[in-house]
Design a protein around this ligand. Structure first.
Ligand SMILES: [Zn+2]
Length: 494
């Protein structure tokens, strides 16, 4: 009897351990790694002022497994002082990526996208995955030095990066990044382990300044949670399929003519629309879109890898040259100093255009656009510099047929110095991020109410009644009449 019990117990233990071994082989272990802390929008030129020290809460999470290429990346962070953004992206290599929308809104499925290198890069936000990736790919290693530092060239990266690995985790990571208004600068990640089974303290320093500091957490997901992450729930709507070439941001420029000689160039990249006015002395353009940058191991942002800092504005200018033959760009008006709106100004300087900017940020732009760290572009090839003309109050770029005014909007919830572009004859105003209407509803969206109500009040006070208002990030055209309704709405009267 006793022997029989022993045998049963032994068999059970054997069976359970066998099961465990099989599980380990068949089911990869999925971990969620999160960094929760604060990110410096001022340093990244997305804050109120273009200077370091304007920290906002930020959280990035990566769900990944050592044994699968799939990655889920989600974030909650401020993209500007006046807008918090949430996002979830599922990377399903080799060629599918999905934007996961909460609630009844269907997901967006980009099929045929080239995402192998990008998904691996996202995975490497977790320093354990970074170490595994380097150790599993000896072909990426360029050299090893005696002090344990490993030089690596990741697929798809311009740069050789250096990593040190301690106890199967990266403890530091050095790389170069190309950033608009800053140029090619050093980025350093450091992770200090808080002991086994605890997280790390993560610090990101760029160009000598701490721009992100966070604590990490790590946990193993249950099988049920993994299923939820990678398989849609039954009641979810079918995702909308989008061609992969639209990922992550598509250039599909087209001209929408709104009045004789007045145009909105749509989709300079996804969600970027620019005003272009034909004058007797050439084109006047609103805003110089930032080139796309190397984001090697930098946290998520609205800048997208590829094309270099000046490349997108260079492509924009080439497009204008093709569409308006024989007409050059006379001026570009930078609405504000955020990197996505002003970062491409070097391309306009190279084409011979005047550059106007709000007085409050013109010194900053004068210095930052001419930093010696700028990678090679048309301006550096021409051996020239960008010169900024400050605008205070109301300035007219004169023209006998179509005068264009740069109007100072002043400090607001989005940024401390801002211009709008106004056509007094046509009564058209172009503004950027302070006004991004999602619809022509009689009240502004709650989550953008600070900026929208500020702008509505400004518009009612400063614009002629019949003015039509165009903006850089949506296709909705609004009126002063509507702005008047917004100022009276419950959202703005609070
Ligand atoms: Zn902005």
């Amino acid at each position: 009897m006793f022997q029989r019990v022993i045998f049963v117990v032994f068999s059970l233990v054997f069976a359970v351990s066998l099961l465990g071994a099989q599980n380990a082989k068949e089911d990869p272990v999925w971990e969620e790694f999160c960094l929760k802390g604060e990110f410096d929008l001022g340093w990244r030129y997305q804050g109120l002022k273009p200077e370091a020290g304007e920290f906002y809460p930020a959280e990035w999470c990566v769900i990944s497994s050592k044994d699968s290429p799939n990655v889920r990346y989600s974030g909650k962070a401020y993209s500007n002082p006046d807008s918090e953004s949430h996002f979830t992206v599922l990377y399903l290599p080799p060629n599918t990526v999905q934007i996961v929308n909460e609630g009844p809104q269907p997901d967006l499925l980009f099929e045929g996208a080239i995402i192998g290198a990008e998904s691996q890069m996202i995975k490497r936000l977790d320093p354990r995955r970074l170490a595994e990736d380097v150790q599993a790919n000896p072909g990426w290693v360029v050299s090893r030095s005696g002090n344990g530092m490993i030089d690596v060239r990741f697929p798809g990266s311009l740069f050789v990066s250096t990593v040190s690995i301690v106890d199967s985790r990266a403890s530091s990571f050095y790389t170069d990044v190309d950033l608009p208004l800053r140029g090619r600068v050093r980025a350093v990640w450091e992770w200090k382990s808080e002991g086994e089974d605890h997280g790390e303290k993560a610090v990101l320093t760029v160009d000598g300044t701490v721009i992100f500091r966070a604590s990490s957490t790590r946990r193993v997901l249950s099988a049920e949670e993994v299923t939820k992450v990678f398989e849609p729930a039954e009641d979810e709507p079918e995702p909308i399929s989008i061609p992969g070439k639209a990922w992550p941001s598509r250039i599909a420029m087209r001209v929408d003519t709104v009045e004789t000689g007045v145009h909105i160039i749509r989709n300079v990249r996804t969600g970027f629309h620019h005003l272009v006015v034909e004058t007797a002395k050439g084109l006047v353009v609103a805003d110089a879109p930032a080139g796309w940058v190397e984001m090697n191991q930098l946290p998520a942002s609205d800048l997208v890898p590829g094309m270099g800092i000046s490349g997108l504005s260079e492509a924009f200018i080439d497009f204008l040259g093709g569409h308006f033959p024989g007409t050059s760009v006379r001026s570009v008006v930078l609405t504000h100093a955020h990197d996505d709106h002003a970062g491409g100004a070097r391309a306009f300087a190279a084409s011979g255009a005047e550059i106007y900017a709000p007085k409050g940020s013109s010194n900053f732009l004068q210095i930052s656009l001419n930093r010696k760290e700028m990678p090679v572009d048309r301006l550096s090839m021409a051996g020239r510099k960008a010169t900024i003309t400050p605008v205070d109050g109301r300035f007219t770029i004169s023209d006998q047929y179509r005068p264009v005014e740069a109007l100072t909007l002043g400090p607001n919830p989005h940024v401390n110095a801002m211009l709008g572009v106004f056509l007094p004859k046509q009564k058209i105003l172009f503004v950027s991020d302070i006004h991004v209407p999602g619809s022509d509803s009689p009240s502004p969206p709650e989550d953008r109410s600070k900026s929208e109500c500020w702008f509505a009040n400004w518009a009612v006070k400063n614009l002629p009644q019949e003015t039509r208002i165009f903006n850089s990030h949506s296709q909705v055209v609004t009126t002063v009449e509507l702005m008047d309704k917004w100022t009276a709405s419950a959202v703005c009267r609070r």
